[in-house]
Design a protein around this ligand. Structure first.
Ligand code: ZN
Length: 445
């Protein structure tokens, strides 16, 4: 199984050391308002359908914005001007991504489209040159090999109607971004300089820099965001820091689980989840055992059939809700990077009382297991199954065979005394680690 390697952005904050004077705050707010104006100008001019061919890679927008004279009118330092343009372009691009995503969903859900039509629409959406041509017209016709592919794609479908469908979808979903937030502005090293236990920020007055003492001496060389809190005479320097994480939500480490009927999971540290599982399971089993025979006798004419089914469904749902809630609680508490669990034994052991056997037969191990695997996948948690034979009889301390009595495990060889389930979970963890070492890249041959 793959390891999840994710790069995420974390924001590091720097704070002003002393309160910012009202006059200085006003100068900073003026820059923030100008940057908002620049963003809204870009949104307005390039956020619509016709501007689609201009937004990637963005040189056209940059050139047109330079010529627009807006920067001179605002008298804004060029560093803030251009960063605001790029910020706005980024917003427009995410807006387009969102629109395409929505349309993709509609295409999938539209029962009136044939597979060929869906194929054509998906192709057009994916190929930016084709997409632009459909939306904006001849100006940006596809070039090179795409002409032939595009032409062949249009054969056999009513391309005219499908293009219209696509245009309608875009018009319905595309919203020009707009901002009323003037609470800060972006800055790059062209606009700031660290020094003297603080940061110097470029101001609108030519050549002037405003000095803000900071509470720390860290220096960064990337684009930051100056966030203003005028009521509190405060600002923060928000620095995006890229961190590599094994898991985006901080899930890490290994977890061995004993899986059971009495309690859904016991971890290798002895923590229990789903301790009331048997109650739910027994309620369902008892209900089926008590109601089913009468109901079966005259299945077709029995008015109780509906009632029986409803009653069974209600108990089943209660159990499933409980299982799901407990798996969530377990994953959110333990935050494992890898979960080990024993492989499902082939059949439940015989030799229990009739009632227990019935419960065992109905034990929804498959359900608990599939939900666990699914929920782990949603959180990018790796799941590895380990060989389960003899796993509860082995001592997790020394490996010798031990004895189980009243839910406790005793090892004569090393003297270990531990709850039976915890001992099993520790063995699961040990066996899981063993598998991992065997399949580690170095050991591959
Ligand atoms: Zn032992």
């Amino acid at each position: 199984m793959k390891e999840q390697k994710n790069t995420i952005f974390k924001t590091v904050y720097q704070y002003n050391q002393t309160p910012i004077s009202a006059a200085d705050m006003e100068k900073l707010l003026e820059i923030a308002r100008d940057c908002m104006d620049v963003r809204n100008y870009v949104y307005d001019r390039y956020g619509g359908i016709r501007a689609l061919p201009k937004i990637s890679p963005g040189y056209t927008v940059q050139n047109e914005m330079t010529k627009s004279g807006l920067r001179e009118r605002l008298n804004l330092p060029s560093v803030y001007f251009y960063l605001s343009i790029f910020d706005a372009l980024g917003d427009i691009k995410s807006q387009w991504a969102r629109v395409k995503n929505e349309i993709g969903k509609n295409i999938r859900a539209n029962p009136n489209l044939t597979p060929e039509e869906r194929h054509y629409l998906r192709f057009v959406m994916k190929q930016s040159q084709c997409f632009e041509m459909v939306l904006v017209g001849g100006e940006s016709a596809p070039t090179g090999k795409w002409i032939r592919i595009y032409e062949s794609m249009r054969e056999g479908v009513d391309a005219h109607r499908l293009d219209q469908y696509l245009r309608r979808q875009v018009r319905r979903h595309l919203v020009k971004p707009h901002s009323e937030a003037a609470d800060g502005f972006p800055a790059s090293p062209k606009g700031y300089r660290y020094g003297d236990h603080g940061i110097y920020l470029a101001m609108k007055e030519r050549g002037k820099r405003l000095f803000i003492p900071l509470t720390d001496n860290n220096r960064y060389t990337r684009q930051v965001y100056i966030r203003l809190y005028p009521e509190e005479s405060k600002l923060t320097v928000n620095v995006p820091v890229q961190v590599r994480q094994r898991h985006p939500a901080g899930y890490d480490g290994e977890l061995g689980l004993a899986v059971g009927l009495k309690c859904m999971f016991v971890t290798d540290r002895g923590r229990a989840y789903g301790e009331r599982y048997l109650e739910y399971q027994s309620a369902l089993t008892d209900y089926v055992r008590e109601k089913l025979p009468r109901h079966r006798r005259n299945m077709k004419y029995n008015p109780g059939t509906k009632k029986y089914n409803a009653g069974k469904a209600r108990l089943e749902k209660a159990m499933h809700d409980y299982v799901n809630a407990e798996i969530n609680r377990m994953l959110e508490t333990e935050k494992p990077g890898t979960v080990y669990l024993p492989k499902l034994p082939s059949a439940p052991k015989a030799g229990f009382s009739h009632r227990i056997n019935a419960t065992m037969n109905m034990w929804q191990r498959g359900y608990v297991r599939s939900r666990l695997i699914r929920k782990c996948a949603e959180r990018s948690v790796e799941v590895t199954e380990v060989f389960g034979k003899g796993i509860s009889n082995q001592c997790s301390g020394c490996g010798a065979e031990g004895e189980k009595k009243q839910e406790m495990f005793f090892c004569k060889a090393c003297g270990m005394e531990l709850s039976e389930r915890e001992n099993t979970a520790r063995n699961v963890l040990k066996r899981g680690r063993g598998i991992k070492e065997e399949t580690a890249p170095e050991g591959k041959s």
